[in-house]
Design a protein around this ligand. Structure first.
Ligand code: HEM
Ligand code: PLO
Length: 485
């Protein structure tokens, strides 16, 4: 008898010519992260299917995810080519959707360094966030005792922070340019998630498609605005430390030929297109993820007033009402960090990570995986795995504390991904989440409107997993009743 194969194949859904496994992926209209959980029960935590012609592996447990992202992160650091994201990024001149290449590596490092420049430890970022939080507080507190949807105010505040970081603009409430940014971003968010079939069969681009047209219109508006900003920046470049991301990228352009081996005729370094696409992406990623995470946490606080009370007690103990919270207070406010982590665990904004592709033949567990394979990491399954989380569906920030009350970092908690493709905005996002939430909870309490039922926690999957709209009543906390900020 023959020797058993050393590399068993990954359990695979049935497939038909052309459509691949699509007929088996209907799943009764379930969003992909839940559908994959269901399929994992049937096929095992590692399974495969054909998305049209594309062989795709789905990872549902954290050991395999750590292999793909960390241990063999280089092997799996590629990205597939997709119609919608190609439109969005002028053929991959960004960070998130661009395939692995020496230029991408250089570009990513440049962006990363620019973020660190504004990052933890620098007071500028803190000042930017805090001034935006002040306006957010005024806006929320003026919402009155009637229930209102906090989402527009939160999105506006976060958009404002990102505008300052990217091109040094700060907007007043109702500013037309800010409204324009929010509007085109909403349009992209709405349409890109419907890319659907278009991304499976590139030739579908030939057919009329309303969503695709709307996406194109929004991209045109976005590019017009950013091109104008770029022109202004070029005309007024300052010496010394860059004042924002756009300037940091422009300065980096000149050095972009260095430190890399030449890789052919298209090796032109960081072009203006790259600068534009990076700015656009910092926007999209910076706004959608942070505001959505904040809204999820607010929704859970409405379900768990005792958690809100406990955070506020800590804030009163360590900060009081005489001064604003600072990033240096983070060490004292461990419980708030746990609340933030628990929010990102139970409702990851990105329940399935951006697809990775294998750049070489490699393996996952004892299975070999050939070059070109697409890999989907289902963070939802990993964050809800009952083998690793006690009662995974319960919101319980204490799970991030050990017996001594110290923070713990479970290995199956990866809200920002890991490895070569880890989120470049992680430290920025953490800083924003901490400063915004602590400032809000220091100054006000969030409650349900009289007679309202608590927010629906099911969520709706667009480009990120968002909570359905909900209403809050905001009351000023003692000491903040009559202050304008
Ligand atoms: C990638 C999460 C905020 C920029 C990612 C990925 C995740 C993630 C899961 C994909 C990792 C992968 O494909 O393996 C989050 C969360 C955030 C957040 C939970 C906030 C709560 C931000 C911010 C920025 C940002 C504020 C920038 C301003 C990016 C970029 C990538 C990325 C550029 C692509 C990295 C690459 O492909 O190399 N993020 N993110 N993110 N994120 Fe974030
Ligand atoms: C959001 C809409 C913007 O107009 C464009 C954009 C750029 C980067 C994307 C972001 C969108 C959605 C969230 C993404 C981010 C890159 C990393 C982040 C996908 C589409 C996550 C959570 O992985």
């Amino acid at each position: 008898r023959s020797v058993p194969p050393s590399s068993p194949s990954i359990p695979c859904l049935p497939r038909l010519p052309v459509v691949g496994s699509l007929p088996w992926l209907g799943g009764g209209g379930l969003p992909p992260h839940l559908l994959f959980c269901q399929l994992a029960h049937r096929y095992g935590s590692l399974f495969a299917f054909y998305l049209g012609p594309h062989y795709t592996v789905v990872v549902n447990n954290h050991q395999h995810a750590r292999e793909v992202l960390l241990q063999r992160g280089r092997d799996f650091a590629g990205r597939p080519n997709m119609v919608t994201t190609n439109l969005l990024t002028r053929g991959g001149k960004d960070i998130a959707f661009s395939d692995y290449s020496p230029l991408w590596k250089f570009h990513r490092r440049l962006v990363h360094n620019s973020f660190t420049l504004f990052g933890e430890g620098t007071s500028r970022l803190q000042d930017i966030v805090l001034s935006s939080v002040d306006s957010l507080c005024v806006e929320l507190l003026s919402g009155g005792k009637r229930g209102f949807d906090p989402s527009p105010a939160v999105t506006r505040a976060v958009t404002n922070i990102v505008c300052t970081l990217v091109f040094s603009a700060t907007y007043r409430h109702g500013d037309a340019e800010l409204q324009e940014v929010i509007k085109y971003n909403d349009g992209i968010v709405e349409t890109i998630a419907r890319g659907g079939l278009v991304d499976i069969y590139p030739w579908m681009r030939m057919f009329p498609n309303k969503s695709l047209n709307k996406l194109k219109d929004c991209i045109t508006i976005r590019d017009r605005l950013l091109t104008r900003k770029l022109k202004e920046h070029k005309a007024s470049q300052s010496e010394g430390e860059p004042r924002d991301l756009l300037e940091a990228l422009l300065k980096g352009q000149t050095g972009s030929g260095q430190g890399r081996r030449s890789s052919g005729p298209e090796d032109k370094g960081i072009t203006d297109d790259h600068v534009l696409m990076t700015a656009a992406e910092a926007f999209g990623a910076g706004v959608e993820t942070t505001s959505t995470t904040l809204l999820w946490i607010l929704a859970y606080l409405l379900h768990h007033p005792e958690v809100q009370d406990r955070v506020q007690k800590k804030l009163d103990e360590h900060i009081g009402s005489e001064r604003a919270v600072r990033i240096s207070d983070r060490g004292q406010l461990t419980y708030l960090d746990c609340v933030i982590n628990e929010g990102m665990r139970i409702r990851p904004v990105s329940p399935v990570l951006i697809p990775h592709t294998a750049m070489t033949d490699s393996r996952i567990g004892n299975h070999s995986v050939s070059r070109g394979t697409r890999v989907l990491i289902n963070m939802w399954s990993i964050h809800h795995d009952p083998q690793h989380w006690d009662k995974p569906d319960v919101f319980n920030p204490d799970r991030f504390l050990d017996d001594q009350g110290q923070r713990v970092a479970p290995s199956c908690f990866l809200p920002f991904g890991a490895g070569p493709r880890v989120c470049v905005g992680e430290s920025l996002a953490r800083l924003e989440l901490f400063l915004i939430l602590s400032s809000l909870l220091q100054r006000m309490s969030f409650r349900l409107p009289e007679g309202a039922s608590p927010p629906n926690l099911q969520g709706r999957l667009g480009v990120v997993l968002q909570p359905l709209p909900f209403k809050v009543v905001v009351t000023a906390r003692p000491g903040w009743e009559n202050r304008s900020n």
